[in-house]
Design a protein around this ligand. Structure first.
Ligand code: E4P
Length: 246
């Protein structure tokens, strides 16, 4: 199972990238607000430059037409961008339309201030964009049926919100497990991102339930690293070494 970071905070992303454990990032308007950033394009392009993996950026329109229009624009920010679309009637229409829509790849990475330093030159970016098409992450999935519909509509990813379900007394991880079982049974290629992760145990459970990816807040990632016995072990090794080292 891959690990994505669930944040729009550039400092957190830089720290996680250094550890070499994250392969993508998910953002949303609330995470942008929390990071104090309103410049969605610039932030997303910087994250793409830092991570070189799938970076989800969310549409804010509510009608299919608006979502498609926004998505066509966002998809040009970088070939790493994945368009996050909520699972509503209009959202499913947008997802299925985008799955069939060709990207204007000649205009990929327009206005990216990281372009000169990016190992991905414009030709590579163009080729990558053409190969992938417009990828979507069907977000705000709270039931197995919603996940199934997202997959049928042609979403590249679907994100069951585990923590928010747990908080209202449902078993969020059951959606991940059931979707994983159904997708495997019927050969559906949509990848499952366990989202709304609240603690390290959620990450272990997501991996065991068959999620392809867990997207975790930075605080949870830090907790995953730590174990008191590791700290005690390091201290003991250092103390012992001091006793014998010249
Ligand atoms: C996932 O892509 C979402 O950004 C995220 O996990 C939202 O979860 P939360 O707002 O419940 O933390």
């Amino acid at each position: 199972m891959e690990i994505y970071l669930d944040t729009a905070d550039i400092d957190e992303i830089r720290e996680a990238v250094k550890m070499g454990v994250i392969s993508g990032v998910t953002t949303n308007p609330s995470l942008m607000q929390r990071a104090g950033r309103g410049d969605y394009r610039q932030v997303t392009q910087e994250i793409c430059y830092l991570v070189h993996g799938p970076i989800s950026a969310e549409v804010v329109g509510t009608e299919a037409g608006q979502m498609i229009e926004e998505a066509m624009e966002i998809a040009l920010w970088s070939p790493y961008v994945v368009i996050k679309v909520p699972i509503t009637t209009g959202g499913l229409e947008a997802i299925s339309t985008l799955a069939e829509t060709e990207l204007d790849a000649d205009n990929i990475c327009q206005g990216c201030e990281w372009m000169d330093d990016c190992p991905l030159d414009r030709d590579m970016a163009r080729e990558m964009a053409l190969m992938q098409g417009i990828r979507t992450n069907a977000t705000l999935a709270f039931s197995t049926n919603q996940a199934l519909l997202a997959a049928r509509a042609g979403a590249s990813y679907v994100s069951p919100f585990v923590g928010r379900l747990d908080e209202i007394g449902h078993e969020g991880m059951a959606v991940v497990a059931e979707a994983a079982q159904i997708f495997a049974m019927y050969g559906l290629e949509t990848e499952i991102i366990a989202a709304s992760i609240r603690h390290p145990l959620h990450v272990t459970e997501a991996a065991l339930a068959g999620a392809d990816i867990a997207t975790v807040p930075y605080a949870v990632l830090q907790k995953m690293v730590k174990h008191p016995l590791t700290n005690i072990g390091v201290e003991r090794f250092l103390d012992d070494w001091k006793k014998v080292s010249p």
